[in-house]
Design a protein around this ligand. Structure first.
Ligand code: ADP
Ligand code: MG
Length: 647
């Protein structure tokens, strides 16, 4: 109703950015490129695109605002639509992988950086857009980094052709401004006044061996000593860690009833369904302390009110490239100084606050100043495929803000070559297979798996498996009912591994037409299942548009696993003769089956997997049992020195 709308307008006018509106508009009218810096919560992401729209600077074309995180793109678009009193998907829309909520009317478009890059394949000049705002630029994701070069080139080429100028805005709460300004032809930096209160920072006296334990201890020290209305934000690294900390906090708090105020505890991580994420934003009841246990998602892209204390464990989960294997690994790493500063800043948004750093001051001094860009530490094969599809063949000389090593670029091209996506003549060229692969918004290994499934006539099944792998887990395993959940789901479990198990779940789900009761009884996450159906529909459309015949192999699952072997051969491991340790066929390093796998405690001789996760050990996730001969047949050159052994 009207009162809500008016209240939102009042809130908008109270944001720090509002006092700078006039000046910002003036500058943006004049400049082709600008860098905008302002504290988290000052209103950059939600307001600046609206100002451009309200002042008609966009010339009735689309304003793109990129976000590294999908959740941010979705929730911000919903918020801004609400602020404008309009339906989501009308004037304000969002577009993330497998979810396009935009229409003809959309002028303010929040999207992931990956989506804009994908659009640039079809239209390198980005002709639909008059403004591209690259938000959270400090995160330096691989996609944002490539976009820096792509938008800069589009701007230049539009100017040369006398087309409508493309205006570029680089936005962040924090970053190495000189470096960005240099890259964008000395673009001016516009600073927004923030509201930052002093934050008292305390370091550990001794290095901590167990940061999870230390975080819980720090929380309860605060909880015993400080007023209940002061909320706490704890930074940890990932979902499993967060879920376990939330449980410990609940258990300890139960024992303290009467001695301390009540606690409400909310987890916050990207894989959490958005309706659960939103709980963390609600104020706690009076006399209750709110504790949010979050990943890096809370570092800059999301604003949470009421936080007086931050507990910073000093670590973050990051994708790390392992040059020897050419593969990415998720690994817990130390923060940069800039990140640590952002985290402590979250305690001083509304009043003076306190940050407990669970590391020593000396350790902090050894943190790198800035985060190393993802492009310098990740596998580049997917990006290389996209650049080639955009017609950029000289990848090594592409205008990167920070160049990846020549070695890793060559490695990426080599990987594409191994997958049959490119040929190397005078220049590097996409093959017909490579062009087909680039059409799918998937990791090249999975695109390749689809194309092999086409040849082996099981695209029907493999499309399903790839869709199920492209959404968050469809298994819902509440800790209290863990045994029960595993027992009911046993009927889906295949001794062939997780991929076939996922296929079984999908078939059963379709069999009952997505019945809610069924999902509940079988501990299946219905929301993620219906997402998987939707993803499948979209992948199916891409197949149809390329006239790829979607055929089924019936009950023969070995054909499916043969496809997986032929697409994922770089992710293969074999069992050591003794014990239960596997050895990666690419790196010859030890790897283990993840406890969540259908194959946990089974000891198949040879497996392929989708992902490696490093905690205390290196774990393979999403596995299938394969015959070593399939691997060798799929890529004889790759295995020429290390033919997998047949046992
Ligand atoms: P910045 O990008 O500078 O960090 P934002 O534009 O994201 O700032 O947020 C500005 C303000 O808008 C925040 O202080 C927050 O209160 C409000 N806000 C943003 N997103 C939401 C949301 N999804 N729900 C409620 N409030 C929001
Ligand atoms: Mg923002």
């Amino acid at each position: 109703g009207v009162p809500v709308f008016q209240k939102l307008q009042q809130i908008r006018r109270n944001l720090p950015i509002f006092s700078a509106k006039r000046k910002l508009i003036e500058e943006l009218r004049r400049l082709d490129t600008a860098i905008v810096i302002g504290e988290t919560g000052s209103g950059k992401t939600t307001q600046l695109p609206q100002y451009i729209f309200e002042e008609r600077l966009h010339k009735n074309m689309i304003i793109a605002i990129t976000q590294p995180r999908r959740v941010a793109a979705i929730t911000v678009a919903q918020r801004v639509a609400q602020e404008r009193g309009s339906e989501p998907g009308h004037v304000v829309g969002h577009c993330v992988r497998f979810e396009d909520m935009t229409s003809e009317k959309t002028r303010i478009k929040y999207m992931t950086d990956g989506m804009l890059l994908r659009e640039a394949i079809l239209d390198p000049l980005l002709k639909r857009y008059s403004f591209v705002i690259l938000d959270e630029a400090h995160e330096r994701t691989i996609h944002t980094d490539v976009l820096f070069g792509v938008v800069k080139q589009a701007q230049k080429r539009r100017k040369l052709r006398n087309l409508l100028p493309l205006k570029i805005i680089i936005m962040s709460a924090t970053m190495d401004v000189d470096h960005f300004s240099q890259f964008f032809n000395k673009a001016p930096v516009l600073y927004l006044e923030g509201r930052q209160f002093p934050v008292q920072v305390y370091y550990s006296r001794e290095p901590q061996s167990d940061y999870v334990f230390a975080a819980v201890v720090a929380l309860f020290q605060i909880h015993r000593e400080e007023p209940a209305d002061q909320d706490v934000l704890i930074f940890l690294t990932g979902q499993e860690e967060i879920d376990s900390v939330v449980r410990s906090i609940h258990e300890i708090a139960k024992g303290m009833v009467g001695d301390a105020p009540p606690l409400v505890v909310w987890p916050l991580y990207a894989a959490l369904p958005s309706h659960l994420q939103l709980k963390a934003f609600n104020p706690a009841p009076k006399g209750t302390r709110k504790v949010i246990v979050a990943t890096n998602i809370a570092e800059t892209s999301i604003t949470i009110h009421g936080i007086s204390f931050v507990i910073d464990t000093g670590v973050v989960k990051a994708k790390i490239f392992t040059p020897r294997s050419g593969l990415d690994l998720l690994k817990v790493v130390k923060l940069s100084k800039a990140q640590a500063l952002q985290r402590s800043g979250r305690a001083g948004r509304e009043a003076a606050g306190t940050c407990y750093r669970l590391y020593t001051e000396e350790e902090f001094q050894h943190f790198p100043d800035n985060t190393i860009p993802e492009i310098q530490r990740c596998n580049l094969s997917s990006v290389a495929l996209q650049l080639l599809a955009m017609g950029i063949t000289d990848i090594v000389n592409f205008d990167f803000m920070d160049k990846p090593s020549t070695e890793s670029l060559i490695g990426a091209v080599h990987q594409l070559h191994t997958l049959g996506a490119v040929i190397k003549e005078n220049t590097i060229k996409l093959t017909a297979t490579g062009k087909r692969m680039a059409a799918f918004p998937l990791d090249p290994k999975l695109s390749k798996t689809l194309l092999i499934a086409l040849e082996l006539h099981c695209l029907e099944e493999v499309l399903t498996i790839v869709s199920m792998l492209s959404v968050d887990s469809v298994l819902f395993t509440p800790q209290r009912k863990r045994e029960e959940a595993l027992a009911v789901r046993q009927k889906f479990v295949s001794s062939d591994g997780d991929h076939i198990t996922l296929l079984n779940i999908y078939k059963a789900y379709k069999g009952v037409k997505g019945n809610k009761e069924w999902c509940h009884e079988n501990f299946i996450n219905g929301r993620n299942m219906s997402k998987a159906m939707d993803v499948r529909k979209q992948l199916r459309q891409i197949c149809d548009s390329q006239t790829l015949a979607v055929k089924s192999c019936g009950q023969d699952t070995s054909i499916i696993r043969r496809c997986l072997a032929a697409g994922l051969f770089m992710n293969a491991a074999e069992l050591q003769r003794e014990g239960d340790v596997y050895i990666s066929l690419t790196t010859r390093e030890p790897v283990h089956i993840h406890p969540s796998s259908a194959l946990f405690r089974c000891k198949p001789a040879c497996v392929v997997y989708n992902e490696l996760v490093k905690t205390s050990k290196c774990y393979m996730r999403d596995l299938s049992v394969v015959d070593p001969d399939w691997l060798y047949e799929a890529a004889p050159a790759y295995f020429k020195r290390k033919k997998p052994s047949k046992k």
